[in-house]
Design a protein around this ligand. Sequence first.
Ligand SMILES: Nc1ncnc2c1ncn2[C@@H]1O[C@H](COP(=O)(O)OP(=O)(O)O)[C@@H](O)[C@H]1O
Ligand SMILES: [Mg+2]
Length: 573
Amino acid sequence: MTNKELLSRLYEVIHPYRGKMLIAMIAALVVASLNGAQAWLVKPLMDKIFFEKNMSYLNILPFAMMAIFVVKGFFYGLNYYMLQNVGQKVILILRTRLFNHVCNQPLSFFHNTTTGDLISRVMADIMLLQVAISSVVVGLLRDFFQVIILLAVIFSMDWKLALISLIFLPMASIPIVKFGKIFRRLSVIIQEETAKTSSLMHESITGAPVVKAFGMEAHETNRFRKQVTKLYDILMKKAKYYRFQHPIMEGIGGLGIVIMVWFGGKAVIAGESTPGTFFSFLTALFMIYDPIKGVSKVNVTIQDGLAAAGRVFTLLDVKPEIRDKENATSLAPFQESIEFKDVHFGYTEKTKVIKGLNLKVKAGEVLAIVGPSGSGKSTLTNLLPRFFDIQNGKIEVDGVDIRDVTLNSLRSQIAIVTQQTILFNDTIRSNISYGDEVTNEKDIRRAAENANALDFIERLPEGFDTIIGESGVKLSGGERQRLCIARAIMKNAPILILDEATSSLDTESERKVQNALENLMKDRTTLVIAHRLSTIKDAHRIIVIKNGDIAEEGTHKELLAKNGEYEKLYNMQ
Ligand SMILES: Nc1ncnc2c1ncn2[C@@H]1O[C@H](COP(=O)(O)OP(=O)(O)O)[C@@H](O)[C@H]1O
Ligand SMILES: [Mg+2]
């Protein structure tokens, strides 16, 4: 994205707050003007009070000075408050927009993006952006205006000296531009490395059980240290440039002072100027130094901000690959059948996972899907809720192509229980009623009971109010699975997908979970993938997936009699 595009998009974001921005700007201008007045007042202060010893000036000037301080303070505060007001609002809006955008991405997006990267966009980048907005719109304006006003004071005091001092302004601006470019480049790298660091940390922390089991704490720490060291190196590089920028700027300023004092002092000694004029001039010159430095700092901030804006807007521009068609209709409640018609799908162009598969599942049917690991069983079931879109063919529910209906109406009719139990760090109650805005205590209880979960929930000291920890770490595998089943029961969707829901459990909990699953399957159309073939003997129909298509189908008995793929799989167990 070019700077111009970035700026026009930033403008769009702050446009609604232009009123407040204007107040902040005016306040900044008042502060700048009063600074100029302060420098200007040094002349009468010196000449009238200290040299002419004029009493009436003594009675007025200090109070005038004080008034200026107070008023300046007030406007400074106003400026700060208004900027925060707008800046924090921009943060709020952009963060929410970005988060919502990320939430609406399809699963494939999350397979290709790291958590740390997303977190750093939503948190750090948006903050950099806000700082840049405040600095650009008001900081830059304030400093620029300050320079103009102080220049006016300088010229009104001594135009010859002023001309000499002007030589130094362009000299000071050369390093500003040079350093600005360097800082922008470094800022991009710093953000990227910071994101990598968060990702790495996220991975190690969520993988803690495996890290411990393998005794890899030192290895993980080492990996982390390497990454943090990279970040350290680049930050130190930035610090080094800062270190050079500083003496160069100070040196230029110091040289200016030397020349000013020499020429100014000479004029006072010769009687061509007064000490008041000279000190007023010098005060203004000192004061001009800060805003000039400010402009150079603003440059770094702008560069940081533009880099951040680039990342934020790029992410915002990622169109979700799977989204509602423009004229998508709502899918009517499921009644008759689900049909896969010559379905082709692959995660990439080259590797096809499903190749021309045809399948019809009637309402109320329990269809078991078996096949070797990696044959595409999970993939097949993930196509129905459109977690991924097929490349060729059609999937129909009651004769309607699932790409013609809204994702919401489609997904609301499908409940899924997988081997991975995904739960939230919240109460048992909210985990069971997840997605259900109006929660009915009785329904939650019944769902828990049907999921064989009530006994363990009631044994917990806080029952349904127990907070279960991140991903439910405070529960056993079987308990987590039963909560997921209770959640699926609560959802009460007509279509059910069970993907190896019991395969990670021991026999004891498997029995309980199996029981719960049978309750869940009642009156539903079920696609069940089972690891242990013994659990699907009672399925109405079994299909064997091989090489991306259905190799065999029939009931348990029929398939065994065939002495084919199913029999092989069955005997292996
Ligand atoms: N998100 C993904 N991106 C790329 N390839 C994938 C992804 N998920 C699964 N696969 C690949 O697709 C094939 C089928 O996987 P899957 O449907 O999970 O098999 P199954 O459930 O039968 O064990 C495997 O070769 C697997 O490596
Ligand atoms: Mg699978």
